[in-house]
Design a protein around this ligand. Structure first.
Ligand code: ATP
Ligand code: MG
Length: 395
């Protein structure tokens, strides 16, 4: 009867332990903190003196201390073994537990001064398994010599596998965060490369065609002087001069379009304002949050280019009388809209836009995707058109 009661009590305390371990491992703690808490619970529950949680770093072939009962928790991240080295390394390599009643008589044991190996005699070491892979090793030591039995082993195995999930989760999360960072860097590089190319082009137009048009214009002036009283010649030269002037103006506006230096200097809000001012014959309403914090450069460039294309579409297709450009940042989310009151278009026509070799809207979509934003174009015949980009807040 007494034995059965003791067993019942043991079971109850095991359940309590497992419940608390589940609480710890399913909370949002990082690996180090969760390991520390689990180590404390395990030490107490198994009547041991110290517990170490090691994490396997497969790519480096190492087993690294991730958490422990104090004071060893301070050493997290600083103590490591090769996979195969020491008892923890052996367990990581073989994916099976090791019960070591007297470590001084076990070849696998490796003395680590920082972990005060001389203070402890017995230990048990179990692998932490997630999806069949060893992601870590749980070690429990005691000062007194003892032999850890089947029940200890069964309990520790359950604890180890619960903690394995936390480690796996943290690893996936880190990998995801890394990938996201890479993606962001890629977007920034791509936008930068596009802008560099545009700058190169604008420089070439300026120094090439631009300069030649200027000298053409001077030659036309000189020819006018030399034309004397020849009216026909003078009229032809006047037309030629007008054409040269128009070409020069177009070149200048192409250069400005290619290189929005206002963005570098004053930011997106100012960039949008200057875009708005550059549209002839259209009432432009600007509702731009000038206090908006500067966004990352590649995001500003992408939004500017999207607004530029949207406005070009208004000028080219909408026959609108009014266009509204709005930029707002609310709770970290940036929203840019370009609205016109023009003729609009039936959106099913967009499906064939690629075949018709029109890249404006496709390009806007691509730019938005690159910076992790979503772009929507809403239009129907006679109802005007609205282009909206939403950039979710950065973490
Ligand atoms: N604001 C708008 N008002 C009316 N129609 C529009 C508007 N924006 C786009 N469209 C219609 O959608 C079509 C696709 O636009 P998109 O910008 O992709 O191509 P595009 O302007 O014709 O050519 P590209 O931009 O490649 O020079 C346009 O041809 C036009 O019919
Ligand atoms: Mg277009």
């Amino acid at each position: 009867m007494a034995r059965a009661e003791a067993l019942g009590e043991d079971l109850a305390s095991e359940n309590r332990l497992l419940r608390r371990i589940i609480e710890v491992t399913s909370s949002d703690l990082d690996v180090r903190e969760a390991s520390g808490r689990v180590a404390a619970l395990v030490t107490e529950a198994t009547g041991s003196d110290v517990c170490f949680v090691h994490v396997v770093e497969e790519d480096r072939g190492r087993v690294v201390l991730a958490g422990a009962t104090p004071p060893f928790d301070e050493l997290a991240g600083t103590v490591e073994l090769a996979i195969g080295e020491g008892v923890a390394g052996w367990v990581a390599q073989h994916a099976e537990p090791a019960v070591v009643p007297d470590k001084w008589n076990d070849d696998r044991y490796r003395y680590i001064p920082a972990l005060r190996g001389e203070d402890y005699v017995s230990l048990v070491s179990v692998p932490m398994l997630a999806h069949g892979r060893v992601v870590g090793v749980l070690n429990v030591h005691s000062k007194q010599q003892r032999s850890y039995g089947e029940r200890d082993l069964a309990l520790l195995t359950q604890v180890a596998n619960l903690l394995a999930r936390t480690i796996e989760k943290a690893r996936l999360y880190n990998r995801l965060a890394e990938r996201e960072e890479m993606l962001e860097a890629f977007a920034a590089r791509t936008v930068e490369a596009q802008e560099l190319e545009r700058r190169r082009l604008s420089g070439e137009i300026h120094d090439g065609i631009g300069q030649r048009l200027v000298s053409l214009w001077y030659h036309l002036l000189a020819a006018e002087d030399a034309a004397g009283a020849d009216e026909t010649l003078r009229r032809e030269l006047a037309v030629a001069k007008e054409l040269a002037t128009a070409a020069l103006q177009e070149t200048r506006s192409a250069i400005t379009g290619l290189r929005p230096s206002v963005l570098d200097d004053l930011g997106l809000a100012a960039g949008l304002e200057s875009l708005g001012r550059s549209i002839p014959g259209l009432e432009v309403e600007l509702d731009v949050d000038v206090s908006a914090e500067r966004l990352p450069a590649h995001v500003e460039v992408a939004l500017y280019r999207i607004a530029q294309e949207a406005l070009q579409n208004v000028v080219k297709h909408a026959s609108a009388s009014k266009v509204r450009i709005a930029l707002h940042v609310v709770d970290g989310t940036t929203r840019l809209t370009v609205d016109d009151d023009g003729r609009g278009f039936a959106q099913h026509r967009l499906a064939s836009a690629e075949e018709r070799h029109s890249y404006g809207i496709v390009g806007m979509q691509e730019r938005a995707e690159l910076i992790g934003a979503t772009l929507t174009v809403v239009s129907s015949t006679g109802e005007g058109t609205r282009v909206e980009v939403v950039v979710p807040g950065t973490r």
